[in-house]
Design a protein around this ligand. Structure first.
Ligand SMILES: Cc1cc2nc3c(=O)[nH]c(=O)nc-3n(C[C@H](O)[C@H](O)[C@H](O)COP(=O)(O)OP(=O)(O)OC[C@H]3O[C@@H](n4cnc5c(N)ncnc54)[C@H](O)[C@@H]3O)c2cc1C
Length: 363
């Protein structure tokens, strides 16, 4: 093993890890990011970013790097009940963005490299924290750091090894997504709401829409069966060429019992994933990474102890709690069709009060 000790070793090169690598290296820290997949990385994702995510991209100087081929401004959320009623709620400034994950991955990689972060294509296999350092065993050999950031996703092996996993909840849900060659017909993200299944349609570039289904297991049955529950949407998609391999994921919600330990931080989905029906995962990952990067220089000087990292636990709680509450509210509505239809009918007639609620929750 070399004698080199990095300030930060980041495990995982998804939106959370890459944004942290870019922002922390930009603050002068010596950052090594370890990712076992090849860039640009694809993933099961609805690909809708909310205003907080767009602001984070702006802060990283990346919004203008995402061109019309792979990114579409989103101005509103449209809820369409499979039984009929629909409403559209405007998003607060600066609006959202539908962006292909591979394009997001490519610009984040460029930003991290430009800031001076180093990349290691390898699997993180194990880690050991001791008095002053963390030693990380990777498939390319051991590396050392003053701090390990676990940004290794919803199933975070590091969270598991640390005994910080809080499980998947009692009614696990799953997701599957596909891209189709179609000109987006709207600048809204459409949520088609059925019994135990939702379909999310996100514009993701001039000639592409992404469609993601979220469902509870008894309602699965493959792409055609899921789409068959939404005849209006199925008619829209009829005959469109498929642009991507189907990707599935689940259980969608995973929690952690704590976000910091001595020389260890959990970030992004590794710290806790929220049901994607809220569309917040990538935005929380990006915005959280920027906030964490701001705390790290002082925390590392102070020894990267749990005490020195406590600011991250507080920041995480502050962002996560409203997001969890918003997701729980939406999930409750998906499970109560009569209430949902009444709310959608009300919102269609008078959208302003609900738009204010959306601005509070997602602004
Ligand atoms: C079906 C579905 C739809 C979704 N829709 C949306 C949406 O519309 N909007 C939204 O904001 N969010 C959405 N999400 C959530 C979003 O995808 C996640 O919140 C987001 O990807 C979290 O980013 P992350 O960087 O924390 O984790 P990830 O994107 O999971 O990245 C983790 C990275 O760690 C790497 N890794 C893991 N283990 C190791 C290891 N041992 N060694 C090295 N590397 C490792 C992985 O290869 C991966 O690249 C959706 C999720 C699903 C499943």
């Amino acid at each position: 093993m070399s004698d080199r000790v990095h300030d930060v070793v980041v495990a995982g090169g998804g939106p959370a890890g890459m944004a942290l690598a870019a922002a922390a290296a930009g603050r002068g820290l010596d950052v090594l990011l370890v990712e076992h997949r090849r860039f640009p990385i694809d993933r099961a994702c609805g690909e809708g970013l909310l205003p907080a995510g767009v602001r984070a991209l702006q802060e990283l100087g990346l919004r203008s790097r995402l061109g019309a081929a792979d990114a579409s401004p989103i101005t509103a959320l449209r809820w369409i009940d499979a039984a009929g009623p629909s409403m559209e709620l405007a998003l607060p400034a600066p609006g959202g963005l539908g962006v292909r994950r591979t394009a997001l991955s490519a610009v984040l990689l460029e930003a991290a490299r430009r800031a001076g972060a180093e990349m290691l294509e390898a699997e993180v296999e194990d880690h050991r924290r001791d008095a002053g350092l963390v030693e990380v065993r990777t498939s390319a050999g051991p590396v050392r750091g003053r701090l390990l950031v676990a940004a290794d996703g919803r199933g975070s092996p590091i969270r598991m090894r640390e005994g910080l996993d809080a499980g998947a909840g009692s009614r696990p849900r799953f997701g599957i997504r596909r891209h189709l060659a179609l000109a987006p017909w709207s600048s809204a993200v459409e949520a088609h709401l059925g019994a135990g299944v939702e379909a999310y349609v996100t514009p993701a570039g001039v000639g592409r829409v992404g469609v993601a289904f979220l469902f509870e297991p008894p309602n699965a049955g493959g792409w055609s069966a899921l789409l068959g529950r939404f005849p209006v949407l199925a008619a829209r998609l009829e005959g469109a060429a498929v642009l991507s391999e189907d990707r599935g994921a689940g259980p969608l919600v995973r929690g952690s019992t704590a976000r910091v330990r001595d020389r260890l931080v959990l970030l992004g989905d590794a710290a806790g994933s929220i049901d994607p029906l809220a569309g917040e995962g990538v935005s929380l990952a990006l915005a959280g990474a920027l906030e964490l990067a701001g705390l790290l220089p002082d925390a590392i000087v102070a020894g990267a102890t749990r005490e020195a990292l406590r600011g991250w636990e507080r920041a995480w709680q502050r962002r996560q709690r409203p997001a969890v509450a918003w997701a729980a509210l939406l999930l409750a509505l998906t499970r109560r069709p009569r209430l949902r239809r009444r709310l959608i009918s009300l919102g269609a007639a008078r959208p302003r009060p609900l738009e204010r609620l959306v601005a509070l929750a997602l602004g």
